[in-house]
Design a protein around this ligand. Sequence first.
Ligand SMILES: Cc1cc2nc3c(=O)[nH]c(=O)nc-3n(C[C@H](O)[C@H](O)[C@H](O)COP(=O)(O)OP(=O)(O)OC[C@H]3O[C@@H](n4cnc5c(N)ncnc54)[C@H](O)[C@@H]3O)c2cc1C
Length: 266
Amino acid sequence: MDFIAAHDLDEALAAKAHQPDALLLAGGTDLMVEINLAHHRPSSVLSLRRVEELQELTAGRIGAGVTWARLERNGHRGLAQAARTVGSPQIRAAGTIGGNVATASPAGDGLPWIIAAEASIEVQSKERGIRTIPWNEFFVGVKRTSLAADEIITAVVVPEDVPIAQEFAKVGARNAMVISTVSCVVIRGDDGFRVALGSVATTPMRATRAEEMINAESTISDSVLDEFAHIVSEEVRPITDHRSTEGYRRHAAGVLARRLVERSLR
Ligand SMILES: Cc1cc2nc3c(=O)[nH]c(=O)nc-3n(C[C@H](O)[C@H](O)[C@H](O)COP(=O)(O)OP(=O)(O)OC[C@H]3O[C@@H](n4cnc5c(N)ncnc54)[C@H](O)[C@@H]3O)c2cc1C
């Protein structure tokens, strides 16, 4: 197996253009599991760990190489809350948002925030330069994205006007070191509530019917919240798998979304 350690973005893009089948390595917390389980036998691995251009972290731009440990302290409250729930300190020190986005697991804890914030994924190739892909065109199925073989994810691009009232929570089989059974982000702004969920469909999803319902109400009473939770439970499209049942996920999605709306109003 060839191992290439790119020193900067140009070198990484040139290497990926030359060897599009080279597997990209960021923190390795997803990739090494796959390699250890023999799901991948890559002929070459291209490491991005030394690429400084991927380390930028501002309110509007989160470099693909930014680790969860750094995101725990970032200014977007919902993303910081999500970061604090990822794996263990060791996983958060190594794992990156770019790796989470590229893996595109329905359970990826960074993804509900990205879609609630209406962020885009910036990707780059040597041949075609930069493409900025809206989240709903980037995540196309379970662990499937619209990233081309010669492209590298460079950043998550965040709109300037993301409201500051943000809440994230997840439900899992235990309190820590757990993959989400259901995750949820609620962002509350002048235009109302945005509600995004993970682990309840093939891709992270927005609960648009529930958003429409609650955003049409002038007062958020208990009966409105009951109806809202009910619509979220109906709207999600979960499956039964080794982590949970469809029925539990529907129930938990409604409970979580309702709880986060209430928290965002405090
Ligand atoms: C014990 C354990 C606990 C975990 N807990 C959680 C959890 O609670 N929540 C959660 O969401 N995840 C969890 N994960 C999964 C993992 O840590 C995250 O998905 C992490 O963000 C992956 O980032 P990474 O940098 O390690 O990616 P890597 O493993 O380096 O890469 C993952 C995939 O992304 C590709 N890739 C990486 N960077 C780029 C890039 N810039 N452009 C294009 N492709 C790229 C790689 O080729 C690979 O296919 C856990 C993993 C482990 C082992």
